[in-house]
Design a protein around this ligand. Sequence first.
Ligand SMILES: Nc1ncnc2c1ncn2[C@@H]1O[C@H](COP(=O)(O)OP(=O)(O)OP(=O)(O)O)[C@@H](O)[C@H]1O
Length: 771
Amino acid sequence: MSEPEQTEIQEEQNRVEWITDIIKKKFTKLKKHTDKIESEALHIRSTFWEDVTVNFDEPDDVGETYTSIKQQAELLSERERSQTQIDKQIKTFTRLKNSPYFGRIDFHEDGERRAESIYVGIASFMDEKDEEFLIYDWRAPISSLYYDYPPGPAEYQTSVEKVTGNIDLKRQFVIRDAKIKAMFDTGVTIGDEMLQEVLGNHADTQMKSIVATIQKEQNQIIRNDHSKLLIVKGVAGSGKTSAAMQRIAYLLYRYRNIIKSENIMLFSPNPMFNSYVATVLPELGEENMQQATFQEYLLSRMGRALELEDIFSQMEYLLSNSNDKDYFVRLESIRFKSSLKYKDLIDSYAEGLMEAGLIFRDIRFRKEVLFSQEQLYEYFYSLDRTISIPNRIQLVKEWLRLELKKIAKQEQKKEWVEEEIQFLNKEEFLDAYKQLQEKKQFNEDTFDDLEREQKVLSRMLVNKRMKPLFNAVKRLKFVDMRAIYTQLFEMAHPSVELPSSWKNISTMTVKELQERRIRYEDATPYLYLQDLIEGRKSNTSIRHVFIDEAQDYTPFQYAFIRQLFPYSKLTLLGDPNQAVYSGPTDSETVLAEDALGIVEKEVITLSRTYRSTRQIVEFTRQLIEGGDSIEAFNRNGDKPHLTIQENKGQLHSSIVERINNWREEHKTIAVICRTEQESRKVFQAIGEKLSARLIEKGTIAYEKGISILPAYLAKGIEFDAVIIYDASAYQEEGERKLFYTACTRAMHELHLFSTEYPPFLNGVNRDTFIQ
Ligand SMILES: Nc1ncnc2c1ncn2[C@@H]1O[C@H](COP(=O)(O)OP(=O)(O)OP(=O)(O)O)[C@@H](O)[C@H]1O
């Protein structure tokens, strides 16, 4: 690494000024143009009808009128389209004006006479004649040289060929307000200085883009075009989420004619995380992708049929209820229901249902059974057995629809209809009147025709009363999914290896279902079975699915998601050491070796961590197995602290004191507790004193200041300073990952408070923390 000469800095500064000047000129020109377009559009809108020849007298005139309206409308929408384009450009120029680029490479392509200087920024920018690139978008093929190679031989791939050559110079800039604040020529790795500067900053409540300092291994993730399934296993703070966000920006650029933001879906760990990452893409000039938690997806599918437990409540139960008499049964239940073995069991159950066993619901109207469950059963199994279950269900649906139509006709003649008509209100009469009018069955004379009026009213009334029935049939409500899923636990499965407490698991599950509740571990299997019976609700518009915190998904859930998005490429990002949900149950996660049984996958590992100071990493990596391989980025700070107090009262006062000392220095401070219950207690005790905010599972915004929250809600997020509340509360081996996750949220400072010596610190080198 070398310091550039002063003259070089001046030359670069001159270039920055020259470019900023062009940007400003283009900006002014564009602004003028946009003002013109805006006033033209306004004019077209205000005179729209004046400029249209409206004449409906003759058929020819009607045609002319239509063409004229169409022309005006097209003119308007074209203006509006170019306006959107220009707005986008104006935003880009505004961003470039402040900081036009962050990198330069002088690339000497083989066969060329001299090297060309490539300046890399967040968007491309051309000279005044639009002939030459003055700045290359960081996602352009040639820009990959900047991220992938030190000075020396290098190559990059365009859409048609591989280009080889030599990088003569690689330079980085920090430019703010069009002034070069720093400039470095780099060697092997990009920008330790730049990284130092970026990482030394304080945590923001919004994640930032990392385009200026993307590391080579992160770039492999971002620009991976070929993998159908890309698995990123990275240690805490290694930039998995950051890489995912830049990858989305890259895909939107590289495939801009094919993939739009609505074709990309990100599954995120909790609602607060959504707001945390919300500004990364807009900062890069792209729109946000679709985003949801898996819980939100399950809820949208489950509707109100059953009360769904969420993953956070499951976690709370696992952490707080170990004295419950059913605790171990539940652990085993979760473990089994996470596995592909359970999926196989459901598959073979569904196969059996081809022959017999489906359960239907009576279809009733006015308390009378129109179709009994037995009738539906018989009809279903009278259909050709080679037809798949979903297709047979569709046939039943169609049959029911036609039968219901017939029944509706008969009902119109029944006595109850006549009786109810008398009680129709004014609006309903008016409705009937309107219907008659629309169908032209009415003129002043015929409305007196009582019989006809009566007929319309009867039809209307019956249709209205039977509409919910038609809707229910359309939504396949005649299939009794709850009973079908329950039946799985009431029958024998002689050829399947079941968990030892299967009987108890069954009793527990059936009881919940009877009370119209469904536990988190049953939700995915339930919907999976529903799809096998009612047909898959796959989504074909999503082209790329990202699953962040993938270690929190079970193999069963992964298989389910895979089927929901059959045409999508998948990127899974996670850290096996942060598998907090599977910790207490010791169940398999999607990131476990070969959990997916898929051969066709590419795995990228990230072992360097950027979030925390070297001192924090040296401490946290001892908390987990295999932590030696975690590499810290060399950024210095204080060693973590451990404070042991005799009781909770003293613990609270020392925490308040600690935080008060941090207040000036740090923008985001977290008191991380083991459970939500504990967070609430801590909030009650010291929340007011600290002006802290309690973060619960429903919290959607991450805000500056002091937050009190359970460890599992801190996933994916980072804080300047972290307090671990009562580190000795983490006792069980299954909570090790939860403890590790909590500690790795800290960027600059980590302070553990405890009432006893924390068991997880037993194997930790005393030189790596201060007590
Ligand atoms: N190349 C980079 N340049 C600058 N900052 C980076 C880079 N890579 C990661 N970071 C920073 O490191 C921190 C951690 O990144 P990120 O949250 O993406 O990691 P993660 O692997 O998803 O973490 P975790 O698994 O712990 O949630 C963030 O502050 C991010 O901005």
